[in-house]
Design a protein around this ligand. Sequence first.
Ligand code: ATP
Length: 220
Amino acid sequence: MLEVNELSFAYDNEKIVLDEVSFRLEAGVIYCLLGVNGAGKTTLFNCLSGFLKSNLTIDQELIKDKLLYIQDQMHFYLNLTGLEFTELIFSLKEKHFDSEQFDQLLDRLKMRDYKEERIVTYSLGTKQKLVLIIGLLLDYQYILMDEPFAAIDFITAEVITDVLKSVKEAGKTIVVSTHQLDIAQELADEILFLNNGQIHQIDNQFSTPHELKNYIREYI
Ligand SMILES: Nc1ncnc2c1ncn2[C@@H]1O[C@H](COP(=O)(O)OP(=O)(O)OP(=O)(O)O)[C@@H](O)[C@H]1O
């Protein structure tokens, strides 16, 4: 379990983005992080992963070995193929690369044809899928994902939703930020709604995206 207590953050002492935010992340749970543009979702991820210095005490072991942060803007070596890039990440992280599991995930996300293609030829959504596959293969306990569905078509989004649910069943903790309420309502066990520097943690009791939207509107 990861417990965050009274996390506060402001950029250059300007407006407070996170105002004594507290919440817990449990094993085997998917959280969807929601909030309007500029609410502070990326800032929260950056604080949790130690990219931004806040009042949070960062557990270095957690950051290094247990927590994976998949940012919305990823950097690639564009001249490498998907396979080469994945192998490079694994060698940098000094982790064993399981090529069979890699192939299975490529198949599941309809990525097999891209395995030997250079990343420069990938579309944005294809790059996002590669990052997701690498993230899942790295097998971290906590996976933070900033808008992983942003460039993903709805068919692939369904596949990714299923993949994330099976990762959750394996006891991982997943936090996904998204603006897509249909995905949040389908995917989340719990909603983390960020608004005016505060987090509202809500059970996903909603049977339709519309219900979730109406609930959130009450806060804004
Ligand atoms: N490097 C920065 N310097 C100063 N202010 C920043 C910086 N990055 C973000 N902000 C401000 O902090 C606030 C939170 O931004 P953040 O990017 O965390 O929001 P977000 O919820 O991820 O937004 P979006 O949904 O648009 O991606 C915004 O007011 C933003 O303008």
